[in-house]
Design a protein around this ligand. Sequence first.
Ligand code: KG4
Ligand code: ZN
Length: 337
Amino acid sequence: MLILGIETSCDETALALVRYHQEGKGEILSEVLSSQIKVHQEYGGVVPEIAAREHMTALPLLLEQVMNEGDVGEEDIDGIAVTSGPGLKGCLLTGICFAKGLSLGWKKPLYGTNHIEGHVLVTLLDNPELTFPHLTLIVSGGHTELQIVKGFGNYECIARTIDDAAGEAFDKSAHLLGFPYPGGAKLAALADAQQRSNFILPKVMREAEGFSFSGLKTAIWQLVNREAKEMNEAKKGEISYAVQEAIIDALIYKLKKAVKETNIQTLSLTGGVAANKALRKAISAIEGTKVFFPKLEHCTDNGAMIAYAAGYRAFKNQRDSFQLEVRPRWPLESLCG
Ligand code: KG4
Ligand code: ZN
């Protein structure tokens, strides 16, 4: 079964062709991506209206490219999968309208994919040996969640963020240090080069039910302000190290607690922040567990995860109608019905 995946939930337009085999095995024929980072950089963050317009321009070009690279024609496609939420309303709408047009024109079934489910399942696409149940930590620019993955379409939420996401905590700290948007990876690179710090940030969210990075954000803001007069590159490195340590500490604390409580030792880490080397090292060091990661290019938003996540539903012929709507808020666990 050949599925075309379309992702436009935020600032990346991404398309992929995935051949889905029974029992969750998938094979990528081609994948293409156009990042809008440069467009949004001068505003210091994603501007939703501009992002939607950029998707509109990129979609037809990327469609042609992904079909050419996959060496397939419309007659080879068995289904069209598109992110229908969560994400930015206007951006989702652009992708959905495009997918509906293709579905109507090509007479192919339409599947609305949950973006978070895409992030979760792409780890299986890249690691077919990953089994159910497993605990997954989703850490992206917009989401921080800990879920039990019991099977395809079967998820139980253990914790999610009540304010900022882990990626936002990285990016906002990077912004305070003067790095261009999205500064998460730059801050991480400085922190990795540093390896020590004289600054100590508070241990946050230990007793709280969910994730919350607002307290840490305030502490970072106060620290940067305090040091602003004598800020230099060395100090930026030290602050970056302290920030990275504090974010990772909060994530690992919650994950360890969940491992203990659920007695599930198989773990996966996904989302943009899953590219973070120190976080990968820390999660790999949790005793008695085995951790799976998506390929680096599948940590951030991509089309393959959207196509692959629609696969198990396509096999059961659970298609969506043309009434398919934008779902800016769409909790993963609600997929269990
Ligand atoms: O999953 P993603 O592409 O977008 C959302 O769905 O939100 O994640 C993007 C996020 C950004 O916040 C970016 O700064 C962060 O992932 N990120 C990193 C690293 N690489 C990307 N954060 C920390 N360390 C990294 N190496
Ligand atoms: Zn994402």
